[in-house]
Design a binder for this molecule. Structure first.
Ligand SMILES: [Zn+2]
Length: 150
């Protein structure tokens, strides 16, 4: 966690993004790390946890972090929470809370509020389009014999 906090200070003091850092550990060793890099990379998805997950997956040559633990300097936002579930680490340690983050201007409560809403009531319009055509790829996937399940 000390390293994750150091990264949160380093990234934000260098102007790379907000004060958030994350580290991924496997068998007691750091296998991935990152800090928020939204401003530096013009990437709204470059949150510390996402950057660290990508780094760990690259270093380990895998798309799942099943035997890993994630240390993040702040409770994950909904996007990172989703990414963490997809990456499947066994445990997440967090330091600052999302209420702490809201107090310094990083309020993700509106996203948590959007998730349970019916699609038609969300602030960003979500419009059904082309389902029949898109089903072709799903049908292909169901019938594909040599697929990797995850
Ligand atoms: Zn996030």
């Amino acid at each position: 966690m000390q390293k994750a906090i150091e990264l949160s200070l380093k990234g934000s003091s260098e102007g790379k993004g907000g004060p958030f850092g994350a580290v991924i550990v496997k068998d007691g060793k750091i296998v991935g790390q990152g800090h928020n890099n939204v401003l530096n990379s013009n990437d709204p998805t470059a949150h510390a946890e996402i950057v660290a997950i990508r780094d760990a997956c690259k270093n380990l040559g895998t798309f799942q972090l099943s035997d890993c633990e994630l240390y993040t300097s702040c409770e994950p936002c909904p996007m990172c929470l989703g990414a963490i579930y997809w990456a499947r680490p066994k445990k997440v340690y967090y330091a600052n809370t999302r209420e702490d983050a809201a107090e310094i201007g990083f309020d993700d409560a509106f996203i948590y509020d959007e998730i349970p809403l019916p699609i038609s009531e969300r602030k960003i319009q979500m419009i059904p389009l082309g389902r029949e055509e898109a089903q072709k790829a799903f049908k292909f996937w169901v019938e594909k014999q040599d697929k990797t399940l995850y």
